[in-house]
Design a protein around this ligand. Structure first.
Ligand code: CA
Length: 225
């Protein structure tokens, strides 16, 4: 899952980024509202975290502009004030939730996960395809009830493939949801990670979860073929 963080205070931005990365999220940071809005209009983020107090245009204005431009990414607003009027303003501008600074990282993570879930209908944190199960809260992965240990990037890639099971995901879609702005489109990183993932979830190749669609991308199949 790829998140855009818009926060001008570098220390806070780095703190949040580190925490999110530790939980397998892919993060891009913008330090100004305009910068954040531009990135949000180009990239298909799964969630946006938007600080209200920003130099230039504030978070409320940016949020309103994004909604006017039909960007429907879930938005979590960060506010330094606990005044009711500011919270109301945040929600009225089109934000889905807000959090008052300073906040506990645990609560922050819970809200991030809840907003991502809201996009889907399921209320459970478990995602299952055949005997492959991932827990989107604990980030644990199980194959036939046995735990499999994935790296952060492998986890994010598998989660994305499972969320889009039985649909072809192109290399561009993968690069946009599993990597951030630093991704080099000429590299073969996606192939490398797909290979690693196949070795871990399907070492004996008795069945094939991840199929290659030549010249296009990949598909994770929910039925054994
Ligand atoms: Ca700020």
């Amino acid at each position: 899952m790829r998140i855009l963080l818009v926060e001008d205070e570098k220390k806070i931005a780095r703190f949040i980024e580190r925490g999110l990365r530790a939980h397998h999220y892919v993060v891009d940071i913008a330090y100004t509202g305009e910068g954040g809005r531009d990135l949000a209009e180009i990239n298909p983020y799964d969630l946006m975290i938007l600080d209200i107090m920003l130099p230039g245009k504030d978070g409320i204005t940016i949020c309103r502009e994004l909604r006017e431009h039909k960007v429907d990414t879930p938005i979590l607003m960060l506010t330094a004030k606990s005044a009711v009027s500011e919270k109301v303003l945040a929600l009225q501008s089109g934000a889905d939730d807000y959090l008052v600074k300073p906040f506990s990282f645990e609560e922050f993570l819970a809200r991030v996960a809840a907003l991502m879930r809201r996009k889907r209908i399921e209320k459970t944190s478990l995602l299952q395809v055949r005997d492959l199960v991932i827990d989107q809260v604990t980030h644990k992965v199980f194959k036939a009830d046995k735990e499999i240990f994935l790296t952060s990037k492998e986890y994010t890639l598998l989660e994305y493939l499972m969320l889009n099971a039985d649909q072809v995901v192109t290399r561009i879609m993968i690069s946009e949801h599993v990597w951030n702005e630093d991704f080099d489109s000429l590299s073969n990183l996606i192939d490398v990670f797909i290979k690693q993932l196949r070795n871990k979830i399907d070492p004996e190749r008795k069945e094939s979860f991840i199929h290659t669609i030549r010249g296009t991308g990949y598909i994770l199949k929910s039925k054994l073929e």
